[in-house]
Design a protein around this ligand. Structure first.
Ligand code: ATP
Ligand code: MG
Length: 409
């Protein structure tokens, strides 16, 4: 067993020790990068457990084991937190015992006695430690018979059992369990670089953040506001959404950009029907500047093809022209209904539907252009040179302000 933090060994007082068994997902297949990904997964699991007391995290044959390191360390609460860490395919409570067949049988019996009443069962055994005998095929009937002899009124059903007793013999001991839950899958946050999410208070962008944190991006966030047209409540709503996302994505850095002046100038100096596209080009320019400063490699939005006028193919082509960083739009092919399903699952939906005005709905044209032409947009923006844009096309620094805050769980 390779210690990830200080190694514990099997508890001396009890023959069987309660532990959490964690099976990583895709990272198990990552070849030369595996070591780095495993280290990140450990860091993220430990980060989750920090608030709960002392636990030991160990690695055993490509599986992680969490042990309580203090009498009052609550493993059930730990399981509840760790299940939200990306990069895990399965996890659950297990009992750890020594690799002695009689002890394994006793451990199985205890677990069966602690389980809800059942009529039928089967045993599934695996040996990561190939030196251990008997082999898996013989281990199953031996344990099965022992259970049958000691528990009245049950039978073996290998096809459709009420209860499956799983035994995994690893180098450091034998693990026995009866239930596992599905983890969230994905990759450990941080293993695929850093990205900056353009976060509104709406339904879509928190879901976009969740989806790309799941693919291993470490995220920070940029929110645009335009007081006095948008209120302090709209800002608090975004902070609240980020707090909910920290459960999956980790602590957040939020950059809030106040750009009322920019919106007012665009409204005054550009054709009304192009307002939204031009405003969105400014949003991307400013967000990209923040991303460059923080060495983030991508911008992320909650856009979905055709959802609104600014999300047609032509509009998206016109807005992203101002960016050199790749823009990830994980919701591009999703219907609102599918997005809402995820928002409900991750707990952001109820906050997202609170009715506070977003900067994108301020000054919104009655008939926005759905098929804007890039030349017309460029031409319209010439009137903003020296007002909002410098000669190189960057947004003038004194046209907007940024404040930065941390959001933790
Ligand atoms: P959401 O898409 O998050 O539900 P929305 O539908 O109100 O919010 P859209 O007009 O669809 O917003 O905007 C598309 C995308 O542009 C958002 O998903 C988000 O990435 C970005 N965006 C919109 N408004 C803001 C804002 N105030 N601050 C930062 N990004 C924003
Ligand atoms: Mg949207």
């Amino acid at each position: 067993m390779r210690p990830v933090s200080d190694c514990g060994g099997i508890g001396r007082k009890n023959m069987f020790e309660d532990v959490i068994l964690i099976k990583p997902g895709e990272i198990a297949l990552k070849g030369l990068n595996k070591g780095r990904f495993v280290a990140l997964l450990c860091r993220n699991i430990k980060g989750k457990l920090k608030s709960l007391g002392e636990f030991l995290l160990l690695e055993s044959d490509s599986t992680f084991v969490v042990k309580a390191n203090q009498k009052d360390s609550d493993l059930n609460k730990a399981l509840d937190l760790v299940k939200n860490v990306f990069g895990i395919s399965k996890l659950g409570m297990a009992k750890l015992c020594s690799k002695d067949l009689d002890v394994i049988k006793l451990c199985c019996l205890q677990l069966v006695n602690e389980s809800e009443p059942f009529n039928s069962f089967k045993v599934e055994a695996k040996r990561a430690d190939k030196k251990f005998l008997p082999r898996s095929a013989e281990l199953c009937p031996q344990i099965g018979n022992y259970i049958l002899q000691n528990v009245k009124g049950i039978c073996v059903d290998v096809h459709n059992p009420d209860l499956t007793l799983k035994v995994e013999v690893r180098r450091d001991g034998a693990y026995v369990y009866v239930s596992e839950i599905r983890g969230l899958g994905g990759m450990p946050v941080g293993c695929c670089g850093k990205g900056n999410v353009l976060i509104s208070g709406g339904i879509d962008s928190p879901v976009a953040a969740y989806m790309l944190a799941k693919r291993g991006l470490s995220l920070s966030y940029t929110h645009f506001e335009s007081p006095p047209y948008t209120s302090e409540f709209a800002h608090m709503k975004v902070v609240d959404l980020l707090r909910k996302l920290t459960k999956y994505c980790g602590a957040a850095t939020l950059h809030t950009i106040e750009f009322t002046y920019i919106q007012e100038r665009i409204k005054k100096l550009c054709p009304e029907r192009l307002f939204t596209i031009i405003m969105r080009r400014f949003m991307l320019r400013m967000a990209e500047q923040i991303a460059f400063e923080n060495k983030e490699g991508t911008l992320i939005t909650g856009e979905s093809l055709g959802q609104v006028a600014s999300q047609t193919l032509e509009a998206i082509t016109c807005t992203e022209e101002v960016c050199t960083l790749p823009i990830f739009r994980p919701l591009i092919g999703m219907d609102k209904r599918e997005i809402i399903e995820i928002a409900r699952k991750i707990g952001t939906f109820e906050t997202s539907i609170l009715p506070y005005e977003d900067c994108c709905t301020v000054f919104v044209p009655k008939h926005p252009k759905t098929n804007p032409e890039i030349e017309k947009i460029r031409e319209a923006e010439t009137s903003l040179r020296g007002v909002l844009l410098d000669e190189s096309g960057s947004v003038l620094a004194d046209a907007y302000s940024i404040r930065t805050e941390k959001v933790s769980e």
